[in-house]
Write a protein that binds this ligand. Structure first.
Ligand code: NDP
Length: 246
């Protein structure tokens, strides 16, 4: 068993993409892992099966990120199943893109609810179940550091909210021995942003290394932050973007 043996984790949006890679990485390190999903129930159950085969306990909970009651219920479910939550990874997200003139107020409210409000609600719900040594990691975006193309204002705004949340919570939760950090992925090969998609070559050209990230690259950064090596890192952001903001 790895460095997270005996720990328990909750990863939102763990049914596919980056969240699934994070969940599986934490399970490989020995953690019991709960994942949430919104629409991909079958895929969430497949991720759970993969994690269970590693010898840890795993479960999937349906929790639409705009549904505050569902988010709180997901935390309770994980805490009850595992006897607490040591690690929370706020990963679930979407990528609205397009002319800013076309964005409606309803779009703004929905995206802020998914990326910012859900993160706040989940932290509030999870902290009572977390003891010293707890770890909270948000998945932001390299677009909070640099927006190289038009069409991303709403997305960048919603992810930027996580910076203030992370720094503020680092102060609120530091005295309890809980760290709070962010990982900012750059272009990462998932269904949200396939490495063979129409914009992929342009995105690759923005990077110093000339390539996409794999979901496992982001998972490795999360594993560092939640592991022993990350014990004195809090209020920080780690950019994993092949050098797009260099
Ligand atoms: P995917 O589209 O591959 O996966 C998104 C995940 O989030 C799924 O598990 C999905 O669940 C879940 N999800 C989406 N909407 C909701 C919702 N309303 N309520 C609950 N869960 C939801 O995306 P990625 O894996 O690429 O993205 C993961 C995170 O990384 C996001 O926060 C994204 O913004 C961020 N990111 C991604 C980058 C990239 O290039 N891929 C770059 C920078 C940041 P389900 O399928 O069950 O609906």
């Amino acid at each position: 068993m790895g460095q997270l043996a005996g720990k328990s984790a909750l990863v939102t949006g763990g049914s596919r993409g980056i969240g699934a890679a994070i969940a599986k990485r934490l399970a490989r390190e020995g953690a019991n892992v709960a994942i949430t999903y919104a629409r991909s129930g079958d895929r969430a159950r497949a991720v759970v099966e993969e994690m269970t085969a590693l010898g840890v306990r795993a479960l999937a909970v349906e929790a639409e990120a705009t549904d505050v009651a569902a988010l709180r219920a997901a935390v309770d479910r994980a805490a009850t199943a595992f006897g607490g939550v040591d690690i929370l990874v706020n990963n679930a997200g979407i990528a609205p893109y397009g002319p800013f003139e076309d964005v409606t107020v309803e779009d703004v409210d929905r995206i802020l609810a998914i990326h910012a409000r859900a993160a706040f609600v989940l932290v509030q719900a999870v902290v009572p179940h977390m003891t010293a040594g707890g770890r909270i990691v948000g998945i932001g975006s390299s677009l909070v550091e640099r927006v190289p193309d038009p069409g991303w204002a709403l997305y960048a705004m919603s992810k930027s909210a996580l910076i203030g949340l992370t720094k503020g919570l680092a102060r609120d939760l530091g005295p309890r021995g809980i760290t709070v950090n962010l990982v900012h992925p750059g272009s990462t090969d998932t269904e949200m942003n396939p490495a063979d998609g129409p914009d992929a070559d342009g995105e690759r050209r923005h990077t110093a290394l000339g390539r996409y990230c794999d979901p496992e690259d982001v998972a490795a950064a999360v594993a560092y932050l939640v592991g022993d090596g990350g014990r004195n890192v809090t209020g920080a952001a780690l950019v994993v973007d092949a050098g797009a903001v260099a």
